[in-house]
Ligand binder design. Structure first.
Ligand code: HEM
Length: 420
């Protein structure tokens, strides 16, 4: 593939060129190959917005693929459930992640973001005092975004703060496994150990919380009931494991990309610094333009006819969320990051009525979209309050990495710490 105009050679999602810049290939896929059989992954790529949105709502596409994709890591989770079993699980979980249930956890979000940003500012202030540098410096991935959502999750579950590092290690091991396209056996072995360690750690705590009177998420999950059903110990353990990825990796990456987008667009950074009511525009546009989840899988439950191609029943489909979110049939000038665009519905961007697909749509719509919104609002406001004159360190060029999920692995910034 040498030119984005060349339609004679289909883009290969596993090629090095694609890894470097998938966005130009997304356009080729949408325009020339809206349904493409990809031999190496034995799956069909679906890249247009309307096709993805419809598939997420259609019974012809299920999430049974997670039985082989994720069950070996987490155990059986809500992601792979269908029908009544899925609705029951959603009903158990939803109350904790919206409305009053979510508001109870706001102090936990604020406390964790503040601690991490305070540390960044304190270290920066110290190196200015010591004359080590002439500006505050940080890697906002290593020092902030990679810890923030995991620490929030551990605290929401009512687990000891001293276990933040332990959970972070488990998080890194699971993520390494999910991204282990090269099949490194050491990574696979470490993920198997992680699964066992997490199980050994969680099951005794779950047994205690069945009878506890705490207000934490874990106690409440242990005791919640819908239509006489409770989650089993294994299901709760699997859910905690899923949360590390579903709620950790996504928000970690989305937060880092959000800050990158603003540093890349100083006028928009200044606009939101001056008017914080634009925070949701920044978050929603980040999710649309460069959201962390580039691809998720689905499985066809019957033969599906799409753009003249028959996708046989039982096929794996790769739903290309980031290609769909840059579909010019849905958004004008889609490659441009623009917090003022009028074709993205910011008010609905965190709900099942959204007009982007970063949280997908339909019955598996992200349980944690409002939690992610709250976390990102908090992170954004603290960064704006505490890190003035935010810019990249000299010579630093942010480079995205990742296929299924994607973001900048480091974000080296300079700034003037607040009160200086
Ligand atoms: C910016 C941050 C986030 C993004 C982009 C995101 C994206 C997604 C996507 C694409 C799905 C659909 C997966 C599929 O059906 O194949 C999903 C589902 C899910 N998300 Fe999120 N997510 C985010 C944050 C969170 C957070 C903070 C939580 C914590 C509770 C969470 C929990 C879940 C759960 C439990 C599901 C499964 C829902 C179901 O199967 O019914 N997510 N998310």
């Amino acid at each position: 593939m040498t030119s984005t105009k060349a339609a004679d050679v289909a883009p290969d999602i596993l090629s090095p060129e694609f890894a470097q810049d998938p966005y130009r290939f997304y356009r080729v896929l949408r325009d020339e190959y809206p349904v493409l059989y990809h031999e190496a992954t034995n799956s069909y790529l679906i890249s247009r917005f309307a096709d993805c949105a419809e598939a997420f709502r259609s019974p012809d596409f299920s999430s049974r693929n997670y039985e082989w994709q994720l069950e070996p890591i987490h155990g059986r989770t809500i992601l792979q459930m269908q029908g009544t079993e899925h609705s029951r699980h959603r009903a158990l979980l939803n109350p904790f992640f919206r409305g009053k249930g979510l508001e109870r956890f706001m102090p936990v979000i604020m406390d964790n973001a503040t601690r991490l940003i305070d540390d960044v500012v304190r270290r920066a202030g110290q190196s200015l005092v010591d004359g080590i540098s002439t500006a505050g410096r940080a890697d906002l991935v290593e020092d902030f975004s990679t810890w923030f959502p995991i620490n929030v999750m551990v605290d929401m579950l009512g687990l000891p703060k001293s276990d933040h590092s332990r959970f972070h290690k488990w998080y890194e091991s699971i993520m390494a496994h999910l991204n282990n396209l090269a099949g490194d056996p050491a990574v696979t072995a470490r993920a198997a150990e992680t699964r066992q360690e997490l199980r050994d750690y969680m099951l005794p705590i779950i047994a205690q919380r069945r009878h506890g009177d705490g207000e934490d998420l874990l106690t409440r999950l242990c005791q919640a009931e819908v239509e006489g059903h409770r989650m089993s110990d294994e299901e709760i353990k699997a859910f905690v494991s899923l949360l590390l990825v579903a709620g950790g990796e996504t928000t970690d990456k989305a937060t880092a990309t959000m800050i990158r987008n603003l540093v890349d667009n100083p006028d928009q950074l200044e606009a939101v610094r001056a008017d914080r009511s634009l925070a949701d525009n920044v978050i929603a546009e980040t999710l649309r333009h460069s959201g962390p989840v580039h691809m998720i899988m689905r499985q066809t439950e019957s033969d599906v006819e799409l753009h003249g191609t028959t996708i046989p029943a039982g096929s794996t489909c790769i739903m290309m969320l980031s290609a769909a979110n840059r579909d010019e049939r849905q958004f004008r000038d889609p490659d441009r990051f623009d917090i003022f665009r009028d074709d993205l519905d910011v008010a609905k961007a965190f709900s099942g009525a959204a007009n982007h697909v970063q949280f997908i749509l339909g019955r598996h719509f992200c349980v944690g979209s409002l939690l992610a919104q709250r976390e990102m609002q908090t992170a954004l406001n603290l960064v704006l309050d505490q890190l003035h004159d935010l810019r990249y360190q000299e010579g630093f060029v942010p480079r995205e990495r990742g296929l299924y999920t994607r973001s900048v692995p480091e974000l080296l910034v300079e700034f003037t710490p607040a009160n200086r």
